[in-house]
Design a protein. Structure first.
Length: 151
């Protein structure tokens, strides 16, 4: 699925006018503002949860580079959200599992651009965990997503 297709699916899910007004960022007073994520989120509605999603296409071909795998992973998450009538702005949590945290850190600018291209400027609570390896040996990143769709 292309980025355009994923964005189209994500936009159509739940109707053009529906917004995620029930999701609230949790930012304790006096804390510095996080960059590219939220410290916490609160929301009410129907929960949509993904499994661990990796950067392969519908024929289970993994993208070669870390950045390309992240892009395909986010596209895949957008497609799963659309199947659940959810959109990226309904996301309340992303948990990233990477095999090399330095690879993630050295690509932050490009990752941020790709993230915004697919999910927009919505930043849910996020965690980043380095792991020894993922189930798919060639996978460099796996992401779990949780969304809450307002009722």
């Amino acid at each position: 699925m292309s980025t355009t297709d994923a964005l189209s699916l994500a936009t159509r899910a739940g109707g053009e006018a529906e917004r995620s007004e029930s999701a609230q960022m949790l930012q304790p007073s006096g804390w510095p503002a996080p960059k590219g994520y939220a410290n916490g989120m609160a929301a009410e509605g129907r929960i949509v949860v993904t499994g661990g999603v990796i950067g392969w296409d519908h024929q289970e071909r993994l993208a070669k580079s870390f950045v390309a795998q992240v892009k395909q992973t986010l596209i895949n998450i957008a497609a799963i959200l659309a199947e659940g009538n959810a959109r990226p702005e309904h996301l309340v949590r992303l948990t990233w599992y990477v095999v090399d945290i330095e690879e993630y850190l050295s690509n932050l600018k490009e990752l941020g651009k790709i993230y915004r291209e697919i999910f927009g400027a919505h930043y849910p609570a996020m965690a980043l965990v380095q792991v020894v390896r993922l189930v798919e040996k060639a996978a460099r990143v796996e992401i779990e997503a949780t969304a809450v769709v307002p009722r």
